[in-house]
Each structure stands twice: as structure tokens, then as C-alpha cells.
Design a protein around this ligand. Structure first.
Ligand code: 2NL
Length: 341
């Protein structure tokens, strides 16, 4: 038989396409039913027995060349189309919608706390995260040997004079008292640092809101009523509160405030450890020595202060069991808060 198999192979290898029709033409010729290679294969029975093997091998090579070329032509056509689209985008198409993000739950809680206190006359104050010993400890009446002043508890940047990452935002309020005359009603939200092992309940970086109210004749009754108002606004009008005596170096007397458990309503569960109550903040009357340290006459003025962890409040409000979720940035967690403002 006088068919030039090499010529056919060259034709296949040199084939080019620029349209879908060209590609279909190639397919019909070399791949589809009744294609040329299949016809050549059928010729094999007319050959003398000793030539059949070599002929069959050549036809098989042709077949492989055609299948490979077909894939290459498809890829080439696709790439051409894409390039053309990039060079000539269809400007009449509507734009793709932007992917909408959301507010982080810590941000949402911080904003909510601020909104509640702004309604009763508090403003917002901010200050540095790197603090000196005076603003973080000494002005706040921390004794010389207090454990918070140890390397074990606090991230020091320098020693003597001591410079550290602030361990609370009280340092901001010391700065406000030093710089302003009462009446002072201020809220200090921000990031604070403690040298803690990271777990489901503790982190070395977390967020706090502290509040400070100083004026003539401010009493413990004002503290209780203000924080009761806050609890009802934050957790619902049916919430119950209780105050327990406590101790802080910078307040006297001091009290911790509990709310009735949000999960079980007070009947007892794992979250409240079967007590029906959960602690949400610490508070107290500003110690006269602290007022004095900040240039405010304790004979003329008195005040109350409080502090709370934003992570803790957020976990209670939304039933979040592990605080590490706040910093892992797993979108499956964050997406659940997309509706917050
Ligand atoms: C807590 C307790 C508290 C304060 C913070 C404060 C600030 C100044 C003076 C006096 Cl400038 N006190 N802040 C008072 C009592 C408690 O925080 O458990 N925080 C997470």
C-alpha cells in the first residue's frame, strides 16, 4: 500500500487551529468515528503477515500523536480565548460584587460598651501601650513588692527605670487625671499585656475597658447605680446583679460585680459553675492616695472606677468557649458575627 504514514504524522504534528470549528475539523479527521487512522488500521488485513506487526505499530503511534495533539489544541484555544478576554474585557457586564467583611466581635463589644457609657456622660480616652513604672504601677498605689512588678507577670522592655507593656488601661486614666480637672467621666478601652501561658481562658494580649468618674460628692451609691445601668443595657433589662467585696491596690473599698448567669438564668450550669452568678467586672472607690498622686485633692473630690475584660464579656454574651478563637482569624468563626455593627 502506498500511503505515506510519515506525511500524515507530519500533518498531525503541524496542525494549527484558531477557532472551535478548526478543532472540530481535526477531531473528525483523526479522532472521531470513521476517522482516517481507523481506516488505515482496517487496511492491515490486506497486508502480508510479516509486514503486519510493523504497520500496526506505526498506526498506533499515529493514533497516540493525534490524541496528544488534540489535548494540546484544546489548551491552546482556551489560552487564546483568555488572553483575548484580558485584552478586550466586556465592559457591558455588571461588576463582580465586593466580598463584604464584618466587625470583629471584640470590636463590636467595645463599641457597645462605649455607646452605653456615652449616654451617661462618659468620653473616651486613649494612651500609650508602652508605659513607665509611674503610670502603670506607682501612681496606682502598687506596693514596691507587688507580684505584678515581677518579670514573671509583666513584659518589661527596660529595667531601672522600668518600662513595660501596660498591664491595664488604668495608666491612661492616671494620665487623664494628671492633665484634666474634675469633673472627669472617662472610659479607657485598649489592648493590655500580661505574661501568661496561652489557654482557652487566658492570653498574653487581651482587651480591657476601664471607667473613671470623679467629681464632688461621688459615692458608692453612684458606682452601684451606674454599673447596674450598664449591666441592664448590656445583657438585658431582666438581668440581676450582685456586688461582692474585693481588693485592688488602687480602690478602697473595692467590689466585684456578678450578673445572673445568661446561660441557665440562675438555676446553675457549667458556665456559672452551678452558682447561678458570673463575674463581669471589678470596681471600687478611687483610693485617696491615687487621687493625691495624680494632683487631685481627695478632700475636695471623690470618685469611682471599674475595669472589665472585653474578651470575657464577649464570651459570656455569645457563648464562646475558647478565647483563642478571637485571634486565630478563622473565617468560619468570624462569619458568625457578620451582622454585628
Ligand atoms: C478588673 C478590675 C479595676 C480599676 C480597675 C482604676 C483606675 C484608676 C484608679 C482606680 Cl486610675 N481604679 N481602675 C478599679 C477597680 C477595678 O479593674 O478586674 N479589671 C479587668
Amino acid at each position: 500500500m502506498a500511503v505515506n504514514l510519515q506525511a500524515i504524522k507530519d500533518e498531525i504534528l503541524g496542525y494549527t487551529v484558531s477557532t472551535e470549528e478548526d478543532l472540530e475539523q481535526f477531531r473528525r479527521q483523526y479522532i472521531g468515528r470513521n476517522n482516517m487512522i481507523a481506516a488505515l488500521f482496517a487496511e492491515m488485513k490486506n497486508l502480508p503477515a510479516e509486514e503486519r506487526k510493523a504497520y500496526g505499530q506505526q498506526i498506533n503511534e499515529l493514533k497516540d500523536a493525534a490524541t496528544e495533539k488534540f489535548s494540546a489544541l484544546i489548551a491552546q484555544l482556551e489560552a487564546n480565548g483568555q488572553q483575548q478576554q484580558e485584552e478586550h474585557p466586556d465592559l457591558t457586564l455588571p461588576p463582580r460584587p465586593d466580598a463584604l467583611g464584618g466587625i470583629h466581635p471584640i470590636t463590636a463589644t467595645r463599641r457597645q460598651i462605649i455607646r452605653i457609657f456615652e449616654r451617661v456622660g462618659f468620653n473616651v480616652s486613649e494612651g500609650p501601650e508602652i508605659e513607665d513604672d509611674w503610670h502603670n504601677f506607682s501612681a496606682l498605689n502598687f506596693p514596691e513588692n507587688h507580684p505584678a512588678r515581677e518579670m514573671q507577670d509583666t513584659f518589661f522592655i527596660e529595667k531601672k527605670p522600668d518600662i513595660a507593656l501596660r498591664t491595664h488601661t488604668s495608666s491612661v486614666q492616671v494620665r487623664v487625671m494628671e492633665g484634666q480637672k474634675p469633673p472627669i467621666r472617662t472610659l479607657s478601652p485598649g489592648r493590655v499585656y500580661r505574661n501568661e501561658a496561652i489557654s482557652a481562658r487566658a492570653h498574653c494580649v487581651f482587651h480591657q475597658v476601664e471607667g473613671l468618674f470623679i467629681d464632688k460628692g461621688v459615692s458608692f451609691a453612684d458606682l452601684k447605680q451606674t454599673l447596674y445601668y450598664f449591666a441592664k443595657e448590656m445583657f438585658g433589662q431582666n438581668i440581676k446583679v450582685r456586688f461582692r467585696p474585693s481588693y485592688f491596690p488602687f480602690t478602697e473599698p473595692s467590689a466585684e460585680m456578678d450578673i445572673s448567669c445568661l446561660i441557665c438564668g440562675g438555676t446553675g450550669c457549667n458556665v456559672c459553675k452551678h452558682s447561678g452568678w458570673v463575674e463581669i467586672l471589678g470596681s471600687g472607690m478611687v483610693d485617696p492616695a491615687v487621687l493625691q498622686n495624680c494632683g487631685i485633692d481627695p478632700e475636695e473630690y471623690s470618685g469611682f472606677a471599674f475595669g472589665m475584660g472585653i474578651e470575657r464579656i464577649t464570651m459570656l454574651k455569645y457563648g464562646i468557649k475558647d478565647l483563642r478563637l478571637f485571634t486565630e482569624n478563622d473565617v468560619r468563626f468570624l462569619r458568625q458575627f457578620r451582622s454585628l455593627i
